[in-house]
Write a protein of this length. Structure first.
Lengths: 179, 76
């Protein structure tokens, strides 16, 4: 069970066992057992887009090298470079802080769909009715990531962990905590 | 004809680029400041050991935005 495994946590890992972290609203006797975030492979789209933007910038530089004054060249490149870095940083923050927290008392899903949209869902184990995992496609099967759905009783919000690493293991962990 | 010459002259082009750069830089500064505030909220929600690095990078982004305004004002 996760609580018995030794601590394994690196800052940017997508599957952190007993990490040394604290979250807002954590109770004094509440222990964080597992923190999950989307698998890095699922973030490839914005990483590749960032590289493409840098390549485009280089190509534009080569094309316009003789058409612009030195000052204009510096200004355009500075603005473009800052834009690209901001794009990468924005997406990194959305990835890094989009987490699922499994404690000894409850499940918490912190969603930042974009950086400015925050959605926190939580549930205690006694309210969980069903836990399931879903991995579809070649990438998800090969890299072992997928979605975990936690269905809660009545009109309470269901909790979802999207594109997380080892979804089956997470389901097992949650079920062991329910029992 | 005179008007057409004025709006297509090099000075007008530089003026247009400068105006757009300053406007964009100012909007980017606003965005950076909002991002910095939002990052502080995010770090408060989920406290990690490297939160200072994350806050620092967001702060540097705001500094770069201010730097862009200066560049737009004085280098174009």
């Amino acid at each position: 069970m996760v609580g018995e495994e030794e601590r394994r946590h690196f800052a940017f890992h997508s599957y952190c066992i007993r990490p040394n972290i604290h979250f807002e609203g954590q109770f004094d006797d509440e222990e964080v057992l597992l923190v999950v975030r989307p698998h890095p492979i699922s973030q490839l789209s914005w990483i590749i887009n960032g590289f493409i933007l840098i390549l485009i910038l280089i190509l534009v530089d080569i094309t316009l090298l003789n058409s612009l004054t030195f000052m204009h060249f510096i200004v355009i490149n500075t603005i473009s470079f800052v834009l690209v870095l901001s794009f990468l940083w924005f997406n990194f923050l959305a990835y890094f802080f989009n987490i699922g927290i499994i404690t000894n008392q409850r499940l918490i899903d912190v969603d930042y769909s974009t950086v400015f949209y925050k959605d926190i869902s939580e549930t205690i184990y006694s309210k969980i009715e069903d836990v399931s995992a879903k991995s579809t496609g070649v990438f998800q099967s090969f890299f072992d990531y997928g979605d975990v759905y936690i269905q809660t009783a009545g009109s309470d919000n269901n909790v979802q962990f999207k594109s997380i690493h080892k979804p089956s293991q997470v389901v097992k962990t949650i079920i062991s905590l329910i029992e | 004809m005179e008007f057409f010459k004025i709006i297509t002259s090099q000075e007008s082009t530089i003026f247009l680029i400068k105006t757009l750069s300053i406007t964009f830089s100012f909007l980017f500064l606003l965005y950076s400041l909002i991002m910095f505030r939002q990052v502080k909220i995010m770090v408060k929600t989920y406290r990690v050991s490297r939160e200072k690095i994350i806050i620092l990078i967001s702060f540097i982004q705001a500094i770069m935005a201010a730097f862009l305004i200066l560049i737009s004002l004085f280098l174009i």
